[in-house]
Design a protein around this ligand. Sequence first.
Ligand code: NAP
Length: 291
Amino acid sequence: MSQKPQLTILGCGVLGRAIVDGLLSGVSQEYRIALTHRRSDAAKALQVDFPKAVVSTDNKDARIWSGTVSRHIVLIGAQPRYTADVCRDISAAVAVLEQQRQKTPLTVVTVCPGITVAELASWLPAGTPIVRSMPNTPISVGQGATAIFASASTPADTVSELLVIFRLMSPVVTVLPREELMDAVASVSGSCPAYVFYLLQGIAAAGESLGLPADATRQLVAQSCLGAARLMQETPESSLGDLLSNVCVPGGSTEKAIRTLDRFDTGSAVQAAVKEAWKANLEMGKTSKSH
Ligand SMILES: NC(=O)c1ccc[n+]([C@@H]2O[C@H](COP(=O)([O-])OP(=O)(O)OC[C@H]3O[C@@H](n4cnc5c(N)ncnc54)[C@H](OP(=O)(O)O)[C@@H]3O)[C@@H](O)[C@H]2O)c1
C-alpha cells in the first residue's frame, strides 16, 4: 500500500484551522494530519474538531516526526514572533528527516510577513527546503489570495503540491520569482481586505445616515463589493479605468461622487497607504533579524 503524505501545522490557530478545513473538504489524496497548539485547552478543541489528526501541545512530539509517510509539509502557523522558537523546537527532528530525504522529502512553510528564507535557514538544518507564503484573511471563508516564494532547494513537485493545497482555500495563488516581492504582496493583497473594509465602512455609514436599515445596508454593500470584484475578474480585457467609467454616466450621480473622491485626492491617499504598509513590512524584516 502506498504511504500517505503528511501535513503538519505547528501553532494551529485561525489560519491553520482554515487550511485543515480546506484540505479535508477538497483534496482527493488523503493526508496524515498533525497539529500542535501550545495551550492544552486549544489542543483538546483541535482533537475534537479533527478526530483523525495527531494533536499535541509539543512541537517535538515523536508521533509527529516518526510516522512513515511519503513526504512531509510542515507549516508554521504560530505568530511571527514565535517562529524562531518553533524552528528551534523542530530542528533536531527535521535534521533526522533531512538525512533520509530520499525516503521522506520535507518542506517547511511559513505564512507570515517579515521573516526571510535566510533567517529561517539559519534556524533550521542546512539545506531544508523552505517556502514562504502570504495568504490573507478571506482564506478563512475559502476566498483567500495567496502568494508563495520557494527557496532554491524546494523541489518543483513540492511547489505544485502547495499550489493545490492553497487553492483549496485561496482561489488565487501566485508564485513569486523574487523573495523581496513578498513585502509588496503583504502590503497589496495581505492588507487589501483592510483597505476594502475601510471604504465599505464609509459607504455603509453614509447609507445608514440616509435612513437605510443597517442589515440591508450591510448586505447591499457586501454584494456590491463581491459583484464588482467578480466583474473585474471576469472581464480581464477591461482596465479598472474602463470599469469605473462604465458605472459613471456623464453628468450622473456616480460621476459626481467620484469627482468628490478626486477632490480629496483619494487615489493618491490609497497609494500612499499601500506604500506605508510596504515600508512597514520591509522594516519588520529588518527588526525580526535582531530577535
Ligand atoms: N488568520 C488569517 O487569516 C491570516 C492570514 C494571513 C496570514 N496570517 C498569518 O498566519 C499566522 C497565524 O495567524 P493566525 O490568525 O492563525 O494566528 P492565531 O490564531 O493566533 O494562531 C497561532 C497559534 O499558534 C499558537 N502558538 C504560538 N506559539 C506556539 C508554539 N511555540 N507552539 C505551538 N503553538 C504556538 C498560538 O497560541 P496562543 O493562542 O496561546 O498565542 C496561536 O493559537 C500569522 O503569522 C499571521 O500573520 C494569518
